[in-house]
Write a protein that binds this ligand. Structure first.
Ligand SMILES: Cc1cc2nc3c(=O)[nH]c(=O)nc-3n(C[C@H](O)[C@H](O)[C@H](O)COP(=O)(O)O)c2cc1C
Length: 186
């Protein structure tokens, strides 16, 4: 709990500071948010992802994914998404409403791939078989690496945040927009 933060503007700045930290610190609770999106047929989908990069000035979040994963085609049809972050250290939940886009080529993707390709994580984007493919056994049967990366950068433009702070003396909640805010009943 951050009782020294009194105004939503202070809170907004602190949220972005923590998001930036989370993108650099693998132990930060906000490193692995849940991202919910709309699936086909009116269903919803949600999954854990790793927060890879954050731009507080542009209000963007970056996640890496396999370009063949179901979420990529889902986002092609419906760009609305929602990240859910919870930190027990902060006692903060942030629900960030976002507009999602996928990039598979271009200088930005090349720069991120440059980083990833040096790491063991590169294998995640080079499996022969697409994520979610039905397979015969429970073992990892993704097959040998193809040598071809199926690397995609998912960019999320934050449009609105719902911030909730749990406190022993009472909870606080605010809706934080790009150019304004309002207190909400917790
Ligand atoms: C801790 C953790 C981190 C994950 N990070 C990512 C990630 O950064 N990108 C990603 O595409 N999938 C990530 N996954 C896998 C997803 O949760 C999901 O299973 C996979 O992307 C398929 O999702 P989809 O079927 O909705 O496309 C992660 C899973 C866990 C448990």
């Amino acid at each position: 709990m951050q009782n020294d933060l009194q105004t939503p503007e202070e809170i907004r700045q602190h949220i972005w500071k923590e998001l930036g930290r989370a993108s650099r610190d693998r132990h930060h609770a906000w490193r692995t948010p849940v991202l919910a999106t709309a699936a086909d047929n009116g269903l919803v989908n949600a999954r854990t992802v790793v927060l890879r990069d954050v731009d507080a000035a542009l209000r963007t979040l970056v996640v890496f994914t396999d370009s063949r994963s179901p979420k990529v085609s889902e986002i092609g049809k419906q760009q609305a998404g929602l990240f859910v972050f919870w930190s027990s250290r902060l006692s903060w939940q942030v629900r960030a409403r976002v507009t999602l886009s996928i990039q598979t080529s271009g200088p930005e993707v090349d720069a991120y791939w440059q980083q990833v390709s040096q790491s063991a994580g590169a294998r995640d984007y080079m499996a022969q078989t697409a994520p979610g493919t039905v397979c015969a056994g429970a073992a990892n049967t993704a097959g040998a690496d193809t040598g071809t990366p199926h690397f995609a950068v998912m960019k999320a433009q934050v449009t609105e945040m719902d911030w909730l702070e749990l406190g022993r003396g009472g909870h606080r909640r605010a809706r934080i927009l790009a150019d304004g805010w309002e207190w909400l009943m917790p």
